[in-house]
Design a protein around this ligand. Structure first.
Ligand SMILES: CCCCC/C=C\C/C=C\C/C=C\C/C=C\C/C=C\CCCCC(=O)SCCNC(=O)CCNC(=O)[C@H](O)C(C)(C)COP(=O)(O)OP(=O)(O)OC[C@H]1O[C@@H](n2cnc3c(N)ncnc32)[C@H](O)[C@@H]1OP(=O)(O)O
Ligand SMILES: Cc1cc2nc3c(=O)[nH]c(=O)nc-3n(C[C@H](O)[C@H](O)[C@H](O)COP(=O)(O)OP(=O)(O)OC[C@H]3O[C@@H](n4cnc5c(N)ncnc54)[C@H](O)[C@@H]3O)c2cc1C
Length: 615
């Protein structure tokens, strides 16, 4: 018999003014997609051995990793077996696009993440046809496990500064990989420490003493039978982190490690047997894997944010606290407008990020198809947009997930709420795949170029067209959606123009262009990430906003129910569908090993002698 649902949640669900299932179907891309997703989740989550007897919070660092590898093997097999052969690739992608299935199994991410998220995409994007055929067969069947090794102890952002060298030896038709310094050690790649046995290494290619830029190499670093590190390879784990503690991030040093010529991934640039270097049509095509992951991250943020606000909104409907009116009893904390302000923006932002992710994915697919035909025209715009959206969605999601956590009071600070772990996952994305400030400056670089083109009368791409709108500074806008968008475009234009004016002022004062850029970089980041509007309209918008909060209030639980996260995926004492928060908090607390005995051994060993003055 299923547990009784909390009365307040029952009331909330009765109050909801729209069809929740309809919204779920819309988010999934149709009723069939919802059915496919639920069927996949049912199948996979019914697999034995996927869940932890002891909550992983109570395991050691080493036990957490070993347990995660155990689950990763079971999970990957279950996902493979659950695949419906009659489904198209697109239907399969839709079924997983919104599913956070892996989150039901890994609170802190999987040791296989990088194999799926970067190693396979790097092969698909950087290998020539023959290489792709061979390596995709092995990688997709998990005969090998890979990662993406680009960042070094001394360099993450500045890829052109990477120190790992790959020197071509025409006599043996091999590359010699070497880490000349400690700072050249690859440092951070997920799965690198003890899980993977191959990686795509980004290294500085030298032929006959001449630099040929950063190129991708597929490198085996552990024996496939014994898993021992190969000769000339130094390996290890980088240590405990804020989150991602089951991703097995590691370090790797090369000592004159030789690999065959065909291990350089040669889709874009090639090295012939005699050492002839055939340059890529665009050196930045080597950075293509990162563009892909930045696009994926936007959708990932939408889903993780939806998970956090589901937990916080359901908890806020169950939690009663304080006194809103004398003698009226303790209200649901969701009735405090401050609580609505904290949480409803998160619901809206998740939907906005989902729609943005869909748009960006379509743009990525179009540009990638163009690249296959040799048309690189829209690559710079894709790069600029992907940088901006990855940075904005990860920053906003981190802020909104943390706000979801703090809106749940002390219980939000419990690991059993899962909000701290979700924060650990999303805040990492502000750093990985391009640190956010650096990416915003990449976007700013494109905006400044676009404004210069607009001022010289050139046509701009659709996403930059607001820079060529000759709008008067006295533009009045009303509070219609169109009016607000017009206002934002006007202010965004002003931010770019102001940053550019600032740079020109510094150059006129005698600074070089690089110093002028650096001095204006705070404005440049602002031009890329946010806009604000004038005082007069704030008051009017504020009234509209507070009115909107009231309209959303009766539908808040319905809106998060529509994300359709099952309890195993939420993995939270505060967010379960039945709202039995207090019972779940106690159930989880009793799982602490410290509760196995009423008096802990430290009393007899330390406390008692201490309190009796004997220590
Ligand atoms: C699969 C399960 C995953 C589960 C995850 C669970 C939870 C997470 C929750 C949500 C996330 C969801 C999914 C996330 C998926 C995976 C996450 C898992 C693991 C984490 C993986 C992280 C891996 C990494 O971090 S890999 C390393 C990433 N490193 C970087 O990004 C480095 C950043 N630096 C750079 O990109 C460059 O150095 C630079 C800053 C761009 C500068 O480069 P530089 O050469 O110096 O260029 P310059 O500034 O001089 O500009 C020159 C010119 O080039 C153009 N340019 C630059 N880059 C590009 C590009 N990429 N494409 C096209 N063009 C580019 C630039 O615009 C300039 O052009 P122009 O001269 O102005 O014309
Ligand atoms: C959880 C996690 C997982 C990761 N997984 C991988 C992986 O699998 N594979 C991999 O290769 N890497 C991985 N990374 C590494 C990640 O890609 C780098 O940390 C990231 O690129 C930032 O580089 P960095 O750490 O060297 O920081 P730095 O580049 O040293 O940045 C430090 C500070 O300097 C500032 N800064 C740097 N350059 C500029 C500039 N030009 N203008 C203005 N400010 C600047 C930055 O804004 C930042 O504030 C991972 C990182 C994390 C946190």
């Amino acid at each position: 018999m299923s547990a009784k649902v909390n009365d307040d949640l029952l009331t909330e669900r009765r109050k909801c003014e729209f069809n929740v299932e309809e919204l779920t179907n819309y988010l999934d891309g149709g009723a069939q997609a919802t059915q496919n997703r639920r069927k996949l989740e049912d199948k996979v989550l019914s697999t034995k051995g996927l869940f932890d007897e002891v909550p992983e919070e109570y395991l050691s660092h080493k036990e957490k990793y070993e347990n995660a590898v155990r689950k990763a093997v079971v999970y990957y097999k279950a996902m493979k077996e659950a695949e419906d052969p009659n489904q198209t690739e697109q239907e399969r992608a839709n079924a997983t696009y919104r599913s956070l299935l892996h989150a039901a199994v890994f609170k802190d991410n999987s040791p296989f993440s990088l194999h799926l998220a970067m190693f396979i995409p790097a092969i698909l994007g950087q290998a020539d046809e023959e290489q792709k055929k061979y390596w995709m067969k092995r990688a997709s069947k998990m005969e090998i496990i890979g990662t993406y090794a680009q960042t070094e102890l001394g360099h993450g952002t500045f890829i052109r500064g990477l120190e790992t060298t790959a020197t071509y030896d025409p006599k043996t038709e091999e590359f010699v990989l070497h880490s000349p310094t400690l700072t050249a050690y690859k440092w951070w790649p997920g799965s690198l420490a003890h899980t993977a046995n191959y990686c795509v290494v980004m290294a500085h290619l030298y032929i006959n003493g001449k630099s040929c830029g950063i190129q991708p190499f597929i490198v085996q670093f552990r024996d496939e039978e014994t898993h021992q590190p190969l000769p000339g390879i130094k390996l290890g784990e980088i240590g405990a982190k804020l989150g991602f503690n089951t991703v097995n991030n590691g370090f790797l040093g090369f000592d004159q490690h030789r690999i065959p010529r065909n291990r350089m991934l040669m889709k874009n640039a090639q090295v012939l047997k005699d050492g002839t270097f055939k340059r890529s049509p665009n050196s930045k095509l080597t950075y293509g894997t990162m563009v892909y992951v930045r696009v994926v991250i936007v959708n990932g943020m939408a889903n993780q944010l939806a998970r956090a606000v589901t937990i916080a909104v359901r908890y806020s409907a169950v939690r009663r606290q304080s006194e809103l009116k004398p003698d009226a009893g303790e209200p649901q904390i969701l009735d405090y407008v401050t609580q609505q302000h904290k949480l409803f923006i998160g619901i809206a932002s998740s939907h906005a990020f989902t729609l943005t992710a869909k748009w960006l994915t379509r743009m990525y697919q179009k540009v990638t198809a163009d690249l296959e035909k040799g048309n690189l025209d829209e690559l710079p715009e894709l790069h600029a947009i992907a940088c901006c959206l990855k940075a904005v969605t990860t920053t906003d999601t981190s802020v909104l997930v943390e706000r979801s956590r703090t809106s749940c009071g002390g219980h939000g600070y419990m690991l059993s709420s899962n909000l701290p772990q979700i924060y650990g996952l999303v805040t990492a994305a502000c750093t990985y795949e391009g640190e956010n400030t650096v990416l915003m400056l990449q976007t700013a670089r494109s905006l400044v170029k676009a404004l210069e083109q607009a001022q010289s009368g050139k046509r701009l791409s659709p996403t930059m067209s607001y820079l060529s709108e000759k709008v008067s500074s006295r533009l009045k806008w009303d509070n219609s959606i169109d009016g607000i968008v017009k206002g934002f475009r006007r202010v965004a234009y002003g931010k770019v123009e102001s940053a550019m004016r600032s740079m020109r002022k510094y150059v006129r004062s005698g600074l070089g262009p690089e110093d002028a850029w650096n001095m204006s970089s705070v404005q440049l980041v602002a031009a890329s990430e946010y806009t604000s509007i004038s005082e007069a309209d704030i008051r009017q918008l504020q009234d509209t906003y507070e009115d909107l909060l009231g309209k959303i209030r009766p539908n808040a639980v319905g809106l998060v129910d529509a994300f359709d996260f099952r309890d195993q995926i939420l993995n939270s004492t505060l967010g379960a569908y039945d709202g039995r928060v207090y019972e779940r908090l106690m159930e989880e607390a009793l799982k602490s090993p410290l509760n196995a005995e009423p008096v802990n051994q430290s009393f007899h060993k330390y406390l008692k002698p201490f309190m009796q003055g004997k220590l």
